[in-house]
Design a protein around this ligand. Structure first.
Ligand code: FAD
Length: 314
């Protein structure tokens, strides 16, 4: 099912939905652990999950494999990230074919981070320059088979801080066929909400899915703020700094702060939350429980998994 239809359903019923992002782990054991976690997190009832595309296509085979496993074995509605970094057309074609064969019908089309060894992003010969080009290409090759999401930046992106320019480029991506926007993480909900107003003022009407980063440790909280150049509200800094060496307390206080932020987003009428799980379940689960968005009686979220069927468990 297309993500845009799931988001439209949330709008229609006024019931908030949420989704989880995962990335390909580095080891075989990490992959198996992640599959177990994905299976357990399925019981929380995400509208969809997505799997990132490694910078420069690194671990891209694993992205395709994870998309296939999540979609066909675990029965999760899956969105595959796809980037232009170091991707000639043939590689893009192979990735799209793999997603198509897996029954995946959602792609998040991105320009991509530069590969680790390069500071600046460079287009590869015979490839694509901007996410917009990738959106156009997917539309031309696959028509409406794939629902295509694009990235949005409430606080600027790596190589562009000017919001007016970024807004023009966001509009181009949507006009090319993007049907939903997933945002970069942020900690300051006021910045996000005022950015949403600007997006709407610019005539962009597709759903905006805010990227939520749960807080696991104080070091990771700071590192992610620096990496994504996002503003830390003073209230958050004051609450977390005195307890920074106690991970359990940081998670507990962080849960409260992120939950409050999610409530404000939902109260503002934005009914979808996208969690950057960092392949971990606990912090995301704690927030969803606080928001009262997970099934209470412990029953799986009315799922009928192919692998359960094969074991006669459904
Ligand atoms: P674009 O929209 O193409 O923009 C890239 C730059 O080009 C911007 O500076 C923009 O202003 C400029 N630009 C765009 N169009 C034009 C134009 N017509 N003329 C001139 N300049 C233009 N990275 C990965 O490698 N793998 C992932 O899986 C991944 N997942 C992500 C998920 C989300 C939700 C987000 C927010 C980011 C993700 N990223 C990922 C990071 C992303 O690839 C980088 O931030 C990248 O630098 C920008 O990607 P984009 O798709 O927004 O690019």
């Amino acid at each position: 099912m297309h993500i845009k239809d799931k988001l439209a359903e949330a709008e229609r019923t006024r019931k908030p939905v949420f989704s989880f992002e995962f990335f390909p782990p580095k080891t075989a054991l990490g992959v198996q652990n992640l599959y177990d976690r994905m299976d357990r997190m399925h019981d929380l009832g995400p509208a969809f999950i997505d799997v990132t595309w490694g910078a420069g296509g690194s671990r891209s085979d694993l992205t395709c494999e994870m998309v296939n496993t999540a979609q066909t074995i675990y029965g999760l509605e899956t969105c595959m990230h796809l980037t232009c970094t170091d991707m000639e057309k043939q590689k893009v074609d192979d990735a799209l074919k793999s997603a198509y064969s897996a029954g995946c019908s959602n792609i998040l089309a991105l320009r991509g981070d530069p590969p680790r060894e390069n500071e600046k992003w460079q287009a590869v010969e015979g490839g694509f320059r901007y996410a917009r080009d990738l959106v156009e290409y997917i539309k031309a090759r696959y028509g409406n088979h794939f629902d295509i999401g694009v990235a949005g930046y409430p606080e600027g992106c790596d190589d562009q801080q000017d919001q007016e320019i970024l807004m023009e480029h966001l509009k181009e991506k949507v006009d090319a066929g993007g049907t939903f926007i997933v945002t970069q993480m942020f900690y300051d909900v006021d910045i996000f909400l005022s950015w949403v107003k600007k997006v709407r003022a610019c005539g962009i009407t597709v759903p905006i899915v805010p990227g939520i980063m749960p807080i696991q440790t104080h070091a990771a909280f700071l590192r992610r703020a620096i990496w994504s150049k996002c503003h830390i509200p003073q209230k958050w800094a004051d609450a977390l700094e005195p307890i920074k060496n106690d991970d359990a307390q940081v998670r507990e206080v962080g849960k409260g702060l992120v939950t409050e932020m999610c409530r404000r987003i939902i109260d503002a009428g934005i009914l979808q939350l996208h969690f950057y799980t960092m392949n971990l379940a606990q912090a995301t689960r704690m927030i969803l429980e606080e928001l009262d968005l997970v099934p209470k009686d412990g029953t799986p979220n009315n799922r009928s998994l192919p692998w359960r069927q094969s074991l006669g468990l459904n």
